[in-house]
Ligand binder design. Structure first.
Ligand code: BV8
Ligand code: ZN
Length: 245
């Protein structure tokens, strides 16, 4: 693994603009179950793909709201791990750096990363189900989900569900970064969910070097010039140490 880390450090030194795409694997060492891990406890018999949809919310808003409330409670007990912290340090070491995340947990920002591109939203934000309304719930509204204080529509988590479009600004920033990056690093993502899963190819099509850090092989691994098999919470700090040496 040392050789690949040296190769990635060299590619980072040479790159004038590096894009990193993270997935749930980067938060795994903080104790956050990855998306494809079987749901534990109360949610063991649900597939995330069946809960994170507008149809599920329309059918049973209370159950979907409680799933997110359970995930928020879990997130309130975890901290960014050394992988998140290393990515925040990397932003200050290399010239131009764009961090795109599929994660909705906000742990990159908690670790100090700036201008994080949240492709799938953020579980800690709640919005009115009517996209044109900026209402928030009345304080003390204990209904599950609470109602919008302006239009009395149901509130929902500010995340992108399956079948929903990406946030416009986040997507615009991501596509602009992919169009001129020289190095693209996919970290802790199974590369299953689109459009994020197609970003490595988009970067490669513009001549970028593609690298991957993951515990397991994914559909990106064979296309990656640099593939590092290991936990991001260990590999990323080792990369920072190498860059600083
Ligand atoms: C859209 C927010 C169109 C909610 C999420 C058929 C073919 C292709 C595409 C589709 C298709 N059918 C439908 C689609 C489109 C669909 C899609 O891609 N489906 C998949 C399932 C096939 N995509 C969509 O619907 C998207 N929208 O296409 O809209 C449109 C356009 C215009 C107008 C209207 C509509 C919306 C996708 C966003 C869905 N929302 N999250 C929530 O969180 O509740 S996605 C969800 O999956 C999470 O955000 C998660 O991040 C993401 C991807 O998963 P990963 O992050 O990769 O996590 P995963 O668990 O899968 O993998 C973890 C990896 O980490 C593993 O590889 C593991 O080995 C590794 N790992 C573990 N530990 C470590 C580690 N690596 C390193 N270190 C470790 N320690
Ligand atoms: Zn409203």
């Amino acid at each position: 693994m040392k050789d690949e880390i040296a190769l990635l450090a060299e590619a980072l030194h040479k790159s004038n603009h590096t894009v990193v795409l993270t997935g749930a694997g980067v938060s795994a060492e903080s104790g956050v179950p990855t998306f494809r891990d079987t749901q534990t406890g109360l949610w063991a018999n649900y597939r995330p793909e069946d809960l994170a949809t507008p149809e599920a919310f329309a059918r049973d808003p209370k159950m979907v709201w409680q799933w997110y409330a359970w995930r928020r409670q879990l997130l309130a007990t975890v901290q960014p791990n050394p992988g998140h912290i290393a990515l925040a340090q990397l932003q200050d070491i290399i010239p131009e750096f764009t961090l795109i995340t599929q994660n909705v947990d906000g742990l990159h920002q908690q670790a100090g990363s700036r201008d994080v591109v949240e492709l799938h939203g953020n579980i800690n934000r709640t919005v009115c189900s009517d996209k044109s309304c900026s209402g928030q719930p009345e304080p003390g509204d204990k209904r599950e989900p609470p109602w919008c204080g302006i239009c009395a529509t149901l509130m929902r988590p500010d995340v992108v569900w399956f079948g929903e479009a990406m946030p416009e600004l986040a997507m615009r920033i991501a596509l602009a970064a992919l169009a001129n990056c020289e190095l693209f690093i996919a970290i802790g993502t199974s590369a299953v969910v689109y459009p994020a899963a197609g970003m490595a190819q988009q970067a490669a099509a513009k001549g970028a070097i593609v690298a991957e850090i993951n515990l397991q092989a994914t559909s990106l691994t064979s296309a990656a010039e640099i593939a590092i098999g290991g936990p991001s919470g260990k590999v990323l700090p080792a990369l920072i140490t190498f860059l600083a040496s």
